[in-house]
Write a protein that binds this ligand. Structure first.
Ligand code: ADP
Ligand code: MG
Length: 362
């Protein structure tokens, strides 16, 4: 597929999405709590969070299938908070296949055009072009039941893009597919998005999917926006213990600050179990304050005068080995290229203070 440069794509569509101070409750449950996200034209934004974190609620408010209690949604500079779904110029793909079972593939794809009173000849031409875009040329006459799950999701995608919407919303569209197909579709959707120059908001609970596909990821937990950033930012500089634990692999070590430390400076802490260490006080710490120290397995190094640990297990995975090393506090996962220690032995470990991110316990 040819790739349209992002700058051209942005010029083609006025597809800027702004979600401002959005709030939505169901009874006593706050499903979305004061969420503000600015999605640039042509951007691929993933909404990532565990089940029940408010992802679907947020997406439904953008789609217009549900209305917020407060806050505002703008698409292309226009306030659409209270506009009907069909006035928002959006395409949508859901988790389960939502094709009309009694209509052919081509008629399914042409359906939104029929709703928009496009004539039959033009409708079929555009539906065929959309079918080609999702690499299902020649499948137009089939019925949905004659297609595999992955093919049905491609048809749903073709139907969502056939009227050239400004924004494509997707709610866990790949979660019903097996791993191999899911990975293929992740790449295809990404290519398609670049080709069309369209803004995409993509809901997933799968961190690998979000890291693979998104330009930026918005992490939600209990309806609250934890952090928005590029995959690398989130991985390297998680803003909260939740993000550190949700994205990638992390060791958590409870600790207590030995002295006051300003936000973003190094702090001396006493780790659970009694060892001392230097860490980064992400939001600042007061003397005596409890904290969680998050350290990635690959950031723990062997250090001659470091913290002692007993190797309990070694998990070999080709170029790297993960040691499970019991300290006087937690058992750490330590990732090494050439581990010299084996189960039953001991190691001494340490880390760069900036790689041990201390979050004040709430
Ligand atoms: P996610 O898509 O991240 O799994 P949802 O947006 O579906 O999360 O749900 C967020 C919260 O709102 C959950 O606690 C859920 O139980 C609640 N919720 C969602 N929809 C409804 C509804 N129609 N009625 C009552 N509670 C709801
Ligand atoms: Mg959901």
């Amino acid at each position: 597929m040819s790739e349209v440069p992002r700058s051209n794509a942005a010029a083609r569509h006025d597809c800027h999405v702004r979600i401002s101070h959005l709030r939505k409750c169901y009874g006593s449950v706050v499903a979305v709590r004061d969420v503000t996200i600015d999605v640039s034209p042509g951007e691929f934004l993933a909404l990532l969070g565990p089940s029940g974190s408010g992802k679907t609620t947020l997406l439904m408010a953008v789609a217009g299938f549900d209305f917020p209690d407060s806050g505002r949604i703008e698409i292309g500079g226009e306030d659409v908070t209270w506009a009907a779904p069909n006035k928002r110029d959006l395409g949508m793909v859901f988790q389960r296949y939502t094709l009309f079972p009694h209509m052919s593939v081509l008629d399914n794809i042409a359906f939104p055009l029929r709703m928009r009173k496009v004539g039959r000849a033009q409708r079929n031409d555009r539906a065929r072009a959309a079918l080609k875009t999702v690499r299902l040329e020649g499948y137009g006459d089939r019925m949905p039941a004659q297609l595999s799950g992955g093919q049905q999701q491609r048809v749903a995608l073709a139907r969502a893009i056939v009227y050239n919407p400004k924004v494509l919303l997707m709610d866990e569209p790949l979660s019903a597919l097996d791993k191999k197909l899911r990975e293929e579709m992740q790449v295809e959707i990404k290519h398609l998005q670049r080709e069309l120059g369209i803004t995409v908001i993509f809901v997933t609970h799968d961190q690998t999917e979000a890291l693979t596909m998104a330009d930026r990821i918005a992490v939600l937990n209990f309806g609250e926006l934890q952090q928005v950033g590029a995959p690398k930012d989130l991985y390297e500089r998680p803003a909260s213990a939740f993000v550190a634990g949700f994205i990638g692999e992390t060791n958590f070590w409870p600790a207590r600050a030995k002295a006051d430390a300003a936000a973003g400076t190094e702090a001396e802490v006493e780790l659970e179990g009694g060892d001392s260490a230097r860490v980064l006080a992400v939001d600042g710490l007061r003397r005596g304050q409890a904290a969680q120290v998050a350290i990635r397995p690959e950031h723990i190094k062997l250090a001659p005068n470091g913290i002692g640990a007993a190797v309990e297990d070694a998990i070999y995975a080709g170029s790297i080995t993960t040691l499970l090393a019991k300290t006087r506090g937690p058992t750490l996962r330590v990732r090494l290229e050439t581990p010299e220690a084996t189960p039953g032995g001991t190691i001494a470990v340490g880390w760069e203070p900036r790689n041990a991110r201390a979050y004040a316990a709430s």
